[in-house]
Design a protein around this ligand. Structure first.
Ligand SMILES: [Fe+2]
Length: 151
């Protein structure tokens, strides 16, 4: 991600918008006035080439699967996200609350995760077949973490 990119965070639901302040939150509908710019909204690994165990538990792994059988016609790209390289726990007091998906830094979907029922993972079926997918996961204890992959 470019260092110059601005991050705007919704104070109501935690949703992050890249670059431009929205008129309203695309997740919860809060107004532009409920957003605050925060360059540190997403945690960054201290050394991307040598991740700590905690970083491996939080950085989303984004996997694109181009052969989907669910939507016929061959034009469905699946994007799977798993948190993380070491599987994050899903316990009532420590869990992945949601995963927000973006295509080319534009928000496309939030998947909420129940710690009692869900693994720390989610999937989408995309019409889009090019661009950069970003996934931001929110851990209730350890904040926001970003993973990316090319479609
Ligand atoms: Fe965590």
């Amino acid at each position: 991600m470019e260092c110059s990119m601005k991050l705007y965070v919704c104070s109501k639901c935690g949703h992050i918008e890249f670059n431009d302040l929205p008129d309203a939150c695309l997740v919860c509908g809060a107004g532009a006035g409920d957003f605050a710019e925060d360059a540190d909204a997403i945690n960054k690994p201290a050394d991307a080439a040598d991740l700590t165990e905690a970083e491996k538990k939080h950085i989303p792994q984004v996997v694109v699967v181009r052969e989907c059988g669910l939507i016929p016609g061959g034009g469905c790209y699946d994007v799977h996200v798993k948190v993380g390289e070491i599987e994050h726990v899903m316990e009532p007091n420590h869990y992945i609350k949601y995963i927000d998906y973006y295509l080319d830094n534009k928000f496309i979907s939030r998947v909420w995760l129940s710690p009692e029922v869900c693994h720390p993972a989610a999937g989408l079926h995309l019409k889009a077949q090019s661009g950069t997918i970003s996934a931001i996961e929110n851990c209730n204890k350890h904040g926001n973490w970003l993973g990316q992959a090319e479609l």
